[in-house]
Design a protein around this ligand. Structure first.
Ligand code: OFO
Length: 163
């Protein structure tokens, strides 16, 4: 059984994962409209993944006797100044998510909720991978700079990367 404190904290994470999915969906749509098919495809997949992260939390909360509340979402920015700015936002966002997951883990330890602590380990590992991938992408973009041909290759490259 979840304590009220843990239930509330997990519901906050439901909101964050839902927001992540929504933001990446907005980014995907923008990229697609700009002609970046590979980037768009990558971000659509990433958006789906975040929805899966949210669903996993919803199921867990309900299975443990809590109630997962599906939140309202604010509209994400519809436009981006460029792909570098967009991916910097992805990286910053993932760093933020990691820190929120760490806070959740900390609450679980304080509350001695080892079941939820165990459940959250999957998110801890997932965040390591997602941050590493976002950093790798930013490193590539820094190398490319403003080179148009580089952007074209990068877009093709991203079509083959697993979100
Ligand atoms: Fe990438 O945020 Fe979910 O966990």
């Amino acid at each position: 059984m979840l304590s009220t404190k843990i239930e509330k904290a997990l519901n906050q994470q439901v909101l964050l994962e839902a927001e992540s999915s929504q933001v990446y969906l907005a980014m995907a749509s923008w990229a697609e409209v700009q002609g970046y098919e590979g980037i768009g495809g990558f971000l659509y997949k990433h958006s789906d993944e975040e929805r899966m992260h949210m669903l996993k939390l919803v199921k867990f909360i309900n299975e443990r006797g809590g109630h997962a509340v599906i939140p309202a979402l604010k509209q994400p920015a519809p436009k981006y100044t460029g792909i570098k700015a967009l991916f910097q936002q992805v990286l910053d966002h993932e760093i933020h998510v990691s820190s929120e997951i760490n806070k959740l883990v900390d609450i679980c330890l304080k509350e001695k909720d080892y079941t939820t602590h165990n459940f959250l380990q999957w998110y801890v590992s997932e965040q390591i991978e997602e941050e590493a991938l976002a950093r790798k992408i930013m490193d590539k973009l820094k190398l490319i700079g403003d080179d148009k041909a580089g952007h074209y290759m990068f877009d093709r490259d991203l079509a083959t990367i697993q979100a």
